[in-house]
Write a protein that binds this ligand. Structure first.
Ligand code: CU
Length: 133
């Protein structure tokens, strides 16, 4: 009987120490596990339509998942505008790069276009972003 109480006491101490230790070690590990993974980067090259326009011109992402788009200015100043998702990169100069990050909160197919007058065919510089469920 006495030995049983003694044993339970040490078991509680051991369990408490284990929980305390795991919580110190576990919090940073849990934080890393629970934190959303860094958004993957989708590279879009920006060229005038006479070359290739947006390359690629169709991208697919998932609703609720962070998206990182890396815009590469290739020839002249361009931009990326997606009104339905509230995105406007602002000008991306040739030879420069600009990153746009967002988390789509609705599924659907949305048009994006260049918002910077870039060539005679500027108004044809369009693309599509597909947000899947
Ligand atoms: Cu343009």
């Amino acid at each position: 009987m006495r030995q049983g109480k003694h044993s339970i006491f040490w078991e509680i101490i051991a369990l408490g120490t284990l929980i305390l230790g795991l919580s110190f070690l576990g919090v940073p590990m849990l934080d890393a596990v629970l934190k959303p993974s860094p958004p993957h980067g989708i590279v879009i090259r920006l060229n005038i339509v006479e070359s290739s326009g947006f390359d690629p011109s169709v991208i697919t992402v998932k609703r609720g998942e962070p998206v990182k788009i890396i815009l590469h200015g290739m020839d002249v100043s361009h931009s990326l505008v997606v009104p339905d998702l509230g995105i406007d990169s602002g000008p991306v100069e040739p030879g420069k790069e600009k990153v746009v990050e967002f988390t789509p909160d609705k599924a659907g197919t949305f048009v994006f276009y260049c918002g910077t007058l870039c060539s005679v065919k500027h108004h044809f510089m369009r693309g599509t972003i597909v947000v899947e469920e």
